[in-house]
Design a protein around this ligand. Structure first.
Ligand code: FAD
Length: 404
């Protein structure tokens, strides 16, 4: 018997090399959902990728792209009032992943309105409030923001909020300060979370642009998610009608339902951020030659790319299952917390590996990984730091709350 060496498999096409969906999770999406994801992907490649580095460098936000993006029909896909077709949480997460894959700032800019602000109204608003706000926000006619964090209260917002809401008849008066609030300098409506001075419980308020006593000042010199316009807000005797208090929010527990859903979104965003960095690294290592060969041909470089792809694949599996649990109603806070902590940690490792294989050029915007590398830091911290999310999981494992 003659032993023959098996023929080497054909080299994968460039598009396959760049396909980070290694186990084919896209088949979880329906044909309609895949077509919608394709439209989002085209939009991001056509409208956002060519300008992202320059906007990032100037720390400016392409606000004018909000409306054209909304016209694609995926903003508001979670709500009966605004969904354009039947869709799953996997689809909605996937859209966020596609945004972050091109630019994590753009994903945040859209997500603050379509995720944080619309979810606050969708989950915490009355039928009238949902009907009033969700359709114009889904069309991109109104942009939202979400004001929870304060200068003196970040991780401990569950008990540490200092912004107050005092009721006088049918009017509430808000006093306090907020920090880090994305979109707040231009948003048409900012959801402000404050403690009711009567019962000490957290309530949500829809503060419209231009309301007297509301001031938003851009936070300058930020080195992560530079496109996102984050603001310090002051609330000085801001009067809000009872009709603009979110009618379904009576305590922090109700707000936690909003945070659970949006935490899922940040896990998908982290996944997109690491895919963007990984794809840029694959491209760079194929082109860059050292010692007479493309660096992609060296074992140590391949090890890093394989580690990155493993991180992406494990995270994608986790995100898909998490989304399915959102749809079947079995998802709890600890499930979202585990995904946020795990995926952001893998993201941090992945963007660092991607940066590393690009050598010195990896710290310039030109190589296409530096932006993801810098942006990962903010994503790692917002929507609950890794520590906070680990503690939520730890509480569910042990029954002991270890926050204080
Ligand atoms: P801190 O709470 O001061 O934490 C500092 C460190 O201490 C962290 O490492 C933390 O894990 C650790 N720590 C705190 N408590 C404990 C404990 N009990 N045990 C162990 N470790 C602990 N907020 C909004 O409301 N709306 C927004 O739109 C928004 N956008 C943001 C955008 C960006 C770019 C950033 C950076 C933040 C944004 N945030 C927003 C705020 C964000 O959610 C907070 O930054 C985050 O919750 C952490 O709070 P902190 O920054 O005050 O950190």
């Amino acid at each position: 018997m003659t032993l023959t060496t098996p023929a080497a498999p054909a080299a994968p096409a460039a598009t396959e090399l760049l396909d980070a969906d290694f186990y084919g999770f896209q088949h979880q999406l329906t044909a309609t959902e895949q077509a919608a994801v394709g439209r989002v992907r085209d939009f991001m490649e056509r409208e956002v990728r060519p300008v992202a580095d320059d906007y990032w460098d100037r720390a400016e936000c392409p606000v004018h792209l909000f409306k054209p993006f909304a016209e694609l029909g995926s903003v508001g896909a979670a709500w009966a009032e605004t969904a354009q077709f039947e869709n799953s949480a996997v689809f909605r997460g996937w859209v966020g992943m596609e945004l972050a894959r091109v630019d994590s700032s753009f994903c945040t800019f859209i997500g603050v309105s379509s995720g944080l602000a619309m979810s606050s109204i969708g989950l915490g608003g009355s039928a009238e409030q949902r009907a009033q706000w969700l359709p114009p926000m889904a069309r991109g006619d109104l942009i939202g923001a979400f004001g929870l964090t304060e200068p003196l209260s970040g991780s401990d917002t569950a008990r540490g909020l200092r912004t107050t809401a005092t009721r006088h008849g049918d009017t509430w008066v808000l006093d306090g300060a907020k920090r880090w609030i994305g979109n707040a300098t231009f948003a048409d409506v900012v959801v402000i979370w404050a403690k009711d001075t009567a019962d000490d419980q957290v309530k949500g308020f829809l503060v419209r642009k231009g309301t007297p006593g509301f001031t938003a000042t851009k936070i300058e010199r930020k080195q992560s998610l530079r496109i996102v316009q984050n603001a310090d807000i002051t609330l000085d005797g801001v009067e809000i009608a009872e009709a603009d208090r979110l009618q379904g929010i009576d305590s922090f527990k109700d707000l936690a339902n909003v945070l659970r859903v949006t935490r899922d979104g940040v896990a998908w965003q982290s996944l997109g951020t690491m895919i963007g960095a990984y794809e840029a690294a694959v491209r760079y290592t194929a082109e860059r030659e050292q010692f007479g060969n493309p660096i992609a041909s060296y074992q140590l470089v391949q090890d890093k790319l394989a580690t990155a792809l493993g991180n992406i694949t494990a995270s994608l599996a986790m995100c898909v299952r998490l989304a399915q649990m959102q749809d079947d109603g079995t998802q709890r806070d600890q499930h979202a917390a585990l995904a946020k902590a795990f995926v952001t940690t893998r993201m941090r490792e992945t963007v660092a590996l991607a940066r590393e294989v690009c050598g010195g050029n990896g710290i310039t915007l030109d190589t296409g990984v530096a932006r993801y590398f810098a942006d990962a830091e903010a994503v790692y911290t917002f929507e609950g730091t890794r520590d906070m999310n680990q503690l939520i999981v730890g509480r569910s494992i042990t029954g002991h709350a270890a926050f204080v």
